[in-house]
Design a protein around this ligand. Structure first.
Ligand SMILES: [Cu+2]
Length: 242
């Protein structure tokens, strides 16, 4: 387990959380053509770097330690600077010892708003992850996960982001999920499904109409990530329609 922290701060409300305090993703929302400057302060006991996953950046800002930049050593700082060019649901995460650092929480959502965003009542990021914290949704396993609470008739956008090492088919009971974008690209033909597969590195955006009253189970359907002999755990939450 990592026991340090990475804190970065930048313009436009970008705040990357301290690892120990914030093992849930921090969300940053910006618009296209905004210029961002992000300073990584490495307070870990090992080297790190930040990759902006899905964003179009100059090569030397791509954050790949050992290829596009030196490792950011413990106790040192590193500054990233680029203009945000493409819209969509993107992510940022470590690109150094990633299989350990990313499941431990060195990650977040980096959402670039688009002018054609569908009108929704709620816009929810759901980071799915697996690693030292177990099987998690936004850094928590059931029953500590946060349910989505909606009023009947609401439309909810859910932005799945898989930061883990395994695939996770996310199954919602009671109503369909309308798949509208993948990896920030609008689908030419949106489609409906009740189980949406999210592979490592992928972002998949869906719209859900809260049409049916009740507390609906919402979980990964690889059931070893969700249920055992004592009940539900891990990648389980609920959609509560009131
Ligand atoms: Cu799963």
């Amino acid at each position: 387990m990592l026991d340090g922290e990475v804190v970065t701060t930048g313009a436009r409300g970008l705040n990357f959380g301290a690892l120990q305090q914030q093992l849930h993703p921090v969300e940053s929302r910006v618009r296209r053509l905004v210029h961002v400057r992000i300073v990584l302060h490495n307070k870990l006991r090992e080297s790190t770097a930040i990759h902006f996953h899905g964003l179009l950046v100059p090569n030397d800002q791509d954050g790949v330690a050992g290829l596009t930049q030196p490792l950011v050593k413990p106790g040192t700082d590193y500054t990233y600077e680029f203009t945000v060019r493409n819209t969509g649901s993107h992510m940022y995460h470590s690109h150094m010892n990633g299989a350990t650092q990313i499941p431990a929480g060195l990650l977040g959502a980096f959402i670039v708003e688009d002018n054609e965003t569908p009108n929704v009542t709620q816009d929810v990021v759901m980071v799915v992850n697996d690693g030292p914290l177990g099987y998690t949704l936004n850094g928590k396993g059931f029953p500590a996960t946060t349910p989505i609470v909606a009023k009947q008739g609401d439309t909810i956008r859910i932005r799945y982001m898989n930061e883990g090492l395994q695939i996770h088919p996310m199954h919602l009971h009671g109503t369909a999920q309308r798949v509208i974008t993948q990896d920030g690209f609008p689908l030419p033909q949106p489609y409906s499904a009740d189980t949406v597969l999210v592979a490592p590195g992928q972002r998949v955006d869906v719209l859900v109409e809260a049409s049916e009253l009740g507390a609906w189970a919402f979980h990964c359907h690889i059931l070893t990530h969700a249920e055992n002999e004592t009940g539900m755990f891990g990648m389980v939450t609920a959609l509560i329609v009131q």
